[in-house]
Design a protein around this ligand. Structure first.
Ligand SMILES: [Zn+2]
Length: 552
């Protein structure tokens, strides 16, 4: 790789340079939804912004899931490198217990701390895997994925929480996770509760904006990043109200009200985005990005039921977990499969729906009936072949479109902690881990689920105006942000600065520079598993994940 040294160093004349870089994360945002909202006048600001910048589909990682995808965006590195494959990870290579991941498990450096090495600071609001707060020079408020009671502990630096608390109208219960609030809407999907739930998300984004505005006005940093996660949650639970092209018509009065509320969410969000871009100033580089896209899920693949039918899995009680069992989430929820499975007769299983991952039981002292090492490769190959031949009994469609071996997507220092196989389903959906008579069943109504194609919209010095680029990788966002700040790109970053995003001559005058590889985090992945969530917190997190379909 050519290492170029050119006099392009914005850091040097920071005193005169008020330009900043702002990253606005829209969790799960997808052009298939946004384009319609912009066309219909619901998001006029975003429409105008897009016309004055570049846009591209942003390819997520496998699995296209919030924790690995955002971590890839904020590190510029693959899940194998940073070690975040899911919300959870095995406790050790030999173990079949899983635990929630925290910031301590992110195995490589983030852009937040990389900019610190160049005497710049970062503000990081509401990103996953930022609790406990990493040692960043600047501000960190971990948000949507942490219980509100922990917020004081999560704010960095010390004292920040009290400053925020003094802001008029600041409400930590709305800012962070308060399942007592959120679950009201999800229990029976009653019409009025839907509306309340959407309204809560509108208030949540307003709370986050309040924090952002305060910090941008009081003590602006060179890199400012905020994540709005209501987009993802609305699409998960309200897909049929958002995507009218998808067969379902919203006809009843209450359905029309829910749809109107959804549009109101996006209308309000558009207003907040306009305010943030105004606060950033005309010279700022502003990047909108999502971690994955969204689309409808039309059927359910009961992967453990399928494994049982093929005699690769057996339930200890002979019948396995039923849908009715999932109403109660208790302590030890993450280890439920450990006592639900018959380990003498189980060779493969999926512990959670979230990452579509299948774990193979290897023979060991603790699991003497597991698969001997010599049979591992042939067993895995056979399983892949059989999974690819699963078809929807109604339509005849192939259900599993791709099966990844772990070394294909998770190569790196944490490979042994990754699921042995990861499935991609034809409709983009998540598997079910519950017991079922039929392995494949159509859904009565489509629900929203992740798609690999997210969004990137960016505007700033040197960037084209009104240009659509070909697809970019989510790994390209970190280099793009670092380049915008005039910084070197670490050599071990997988992504690149997308040259086609810039006007002719801009990159020639200011060539991309590469610097030394990033440092590993102080507590490397795999060894950093200290407990930071209490049991009560874990139940709260599990409730949130269940509401979105990541836990059953
Ligand atoms: Zn997401």
């Amino acid at each position: 790789m050519t290492i170029l040294r050119q006099p392009f160093d914005r850091a040097q004349d920071r005193a005169q340079d008020t330009a900043r870089t702002v990253l606005i994360g829209l969790d799960g945002a997808t052009f298939s939804v946004l384009n319609a909202l912009m066309q219909d006048g619901v998001m006029p600001f975003l429409k105008g912004f897009m016309a004055s910048g570049v846009r591209a589909e942003l390819r997520s990682v496998v699995p296209a899931l919030t924790p690995p995808a955002w971590t890839s965006l904020m590190t510029g590195r693959s899940p194998g490198q940073h070690g975040i494959f899911d919300f959870f990870r095995k406790e050790s290579p030999q173990s079949h217990r899983i635990r929630f991941l925290t910031s301590r498990d992110v195995g490589c450096e983030t852009i937040w701390s990389l900019v610190n090495q160049h005497n710049m600071r970062s503000t990081v609001l509401n990103f996953p895997l930022t609790f406990p707060p990493p040692p960043v020079d600047g501000y960190v408020v971990p948000g949507g994925w942490m219980p509100w009671r922990q917020l004081r502990l999560g704010c960095h630096p010390e004292g920040l929480y009290d400053r925020l608390k003094a802001l008029p109208g600041f409400n930590p219960r709305e800012l962070a996770m308060d399942m007592a609030h959120e679950e009201k809407a999800l229990e029976g999907c009653k019409q009025d509760e839907y509306e309340d739930w959407i309204a809560l998300h509108i208030r949540r984004e307003q709370q986050w904006f309040k924090v952002l505005r305060y910090l941008m006005q009081e003590d602006p940093t060179e890199l400012t990043a905020i994540l709005f996660d209501g987009v993802d949650k609305l699409q998960h639970l309200c897909w049929r109200f958002l995507d009218l092209s998808y067969g379902h018509t919203v006809t009843l009065p209450w359905e029309q009200r829910v749809r109107e509320r959804c549009l109101d969410y996006f209308r309000q969000l558009d207003g907040l985005l306009a305010d943030i871009v105004r606060l950033a100033g005309p010279e700022a580089t502003v990047v909108f990005a999502s971690d994955h896209g969204f689309g409808p899920q039309v059927r359910t693949f009961f992967v453990n039921a399928w494994l049982e039918q093929h005699a690769y899995l057996a339930w200890a009680d002979g019948k396995g977990p039923q849908p009715s069992d999932t109403q109660v989430l208790g302590m030890g929820q993450l280890a439920r499969h450990v006592y639900l499975l018959d380990w003498e007769r189980t060779k493969a299983y999926a512990p959670m729906p979230s990452g579509n991952g299948i774990h193979i039981v290897r023979a060991s002292e603790q699991y003497p009936h597991g698969l001997p090492d010599a049979e591992y490769q042939s067993f895995r190959d056979r399983l892949i072949e059989e999974l690819l031949s699963v078809t929807d009994p109604k339509s005849g469609v192939q259900v599993v479109s791709r099966v990844w071996k772990r070394e294909e997507i998770f190569a790196g220092p944490n490979l042994e902690l990754a699921p042995d196989l990861t499935l991609e389903l034809q409709d983009g959906g998540l598997v079910s881990i519950l017991s079922s008579e039929e392995a494949v069943r159509p859904r009565s109504e489509p629900s929203g689920t992740h798609r690999p194609e997210g969004i990137l919209i960016a505007r700033g010095p040197g960037l084209h105006q009104g240009v659509q680029l070909s697809e970019l990788s989510i790994l390209d966002v970190a280099p793009l942000l670092l380049y915008g700040l005039g910084l070197d790109i670490p050599e071990d970053m997988k992504g690149i600065v997308p040259a086609e995003a810039f006007e002719p001559g801009w990159l020639q005058d200011r060539p991309v520079r590469h610097g030394p590889a990033g440092r590993a985090q102080t507590s490397p992945a795999g060894t950093g598993g200290e407990i930071v969530y209490t049991e009560e917190d874990e139940i709260e997190l599990a409730r949130r994940l269940r509401a979105l379909g990541y836990i059953e």
